[in-house]
Design a protein around this ligand. Structure first.
Ligand code: B1M
Length: 229
């Protein structure tokens, strides 16, 4: 997030825009929801692309939160305030990210697996998929395997996207794959997995069809799984 003073190529206007993103990241870090909303709007009014505001403003702030939380320098109540601030900003971005896609290119069922309450990254994946023109059925958090089956039977979405943020809930991604196998539906869906502790190696191990390390890659992978260029 540091602005390089050596970069003579950057105009003053660009540096000022970066300043807004820096303040936005700071607002997320401080859990200042109204500021996060206002600064998101300000960044957009400076013609910054919604995706840049998301990645370099909101997500950048949350990344700092993650590091502090990991080192026990920040605690759950503060983390929740940061999450709320991030959500305030995301609500401003949501329609803009969604409107960049012209027509639905495919359907995706998305959820955070059973036992896992983390939804910030999953909701970013949701927004990016929508932005790329997918219709997304977001089942929320703590979603049991059978709920994914029921959603598939209702919506017939060919991609099942599973988020897990805890090493203890990663096995639930495998449980969903097994549930589709047991229901005789495995051949009808592509299963995409992601979340901070998840790796390609793990995806291969549990027989998932795809892994994506971040939301932008999740869009590319969903397209690849459906054969959309
Ligand atoms: Co939790 N938490 N948390 N937490 N939390 C982590 C994940 C942790 C890494 C922190 C740490 O200790 N270092 C750690 C997990 C360790 C592990 O298992 N490996 C942890 C823990 C331990 C816990 C609790 C057990 C803490 C406790 O109670 N003692 C508890 C568990 C609750 C539960 O789920 N049952 C818990 C609780 C919470 C809060 C409720 C306080 C809050 C969640 C609020 C919410 O989501 N509404 C929270 C938060 C915020 C975090 C951290 C700080 C930030 C997560 C986040 O939102 N990141 C996190 C630390 C960290 O990640 N550095 C941590 C920002 C977000 C944009 O990134 O979610 O990674 P991320 O999503 C990315 C990619 O991963 C990817 O794309 C996203 C955007 O690019 N992605 C996908 C995500 N899903 C994808 C799906 C895809 C593809 C890509 O395809 C389907």
């Amino acid at each position: 997030m540091e602005i390089s003073t050596q970069d003579g190529e950057r105009s003053m206007a660009e540096i000022m825009k970066s300043g807004t993103l820096e303040k936005l990241a700071q607002a997320v870090l401080e859990g200042a929801a109204e500021d996060a909303k206002r600064l998101t709007e300000k960044a957009l009014s400076e013609s910054l692309p919604p995706n840049t505001v998301l990645v370099e403003g909101l997500s950048a702030g949350m990344t700092v939160v993650g590091g502090l939380f990991r080192r026990n320098e920040m605690f759950i109540p503060e983390v929740l305030l940061s999450a709320r601030a991030m959500r305030f900003g995301m609500e401003v971005l949501r329609p803009l990210l969604a409107e960049t896609g012209a027509k639905p290119v495919g359907k995706v069922i998305l959820g955070t697996v059973a036992g896992d309450l983390h939804d910030i990254g999953k909701d970013i994946v949701h927004m990016m998929l929508e932005g790329a023109g997918f219709q997304v059925f977001n089942l929320g958090i703590n979603v049991e395997a059978h709920k994914f089956i029921e959603a598939f039977q209702e919506h017939k979405a060919p991609v099942i996207a599973l988020s897990a943020l805890l090493s203890t809930t990663m096995p639930q991604q495998k449980a969903v794959i097994e549930a589709f196998e047991k229901a005789g539906l495995r051949g009808e869906v592509k299963i995409l997995i992601g979340g901070a502790p998840v790796t390609q190696e793990y995806a291969d191990k549990i027989g998932a069809d795809g892994f994506a390390p971040d939301a932008a890659s999740a869009v590319l992978k969903a397209k690849e799984l459906l054969g959309i260029s």
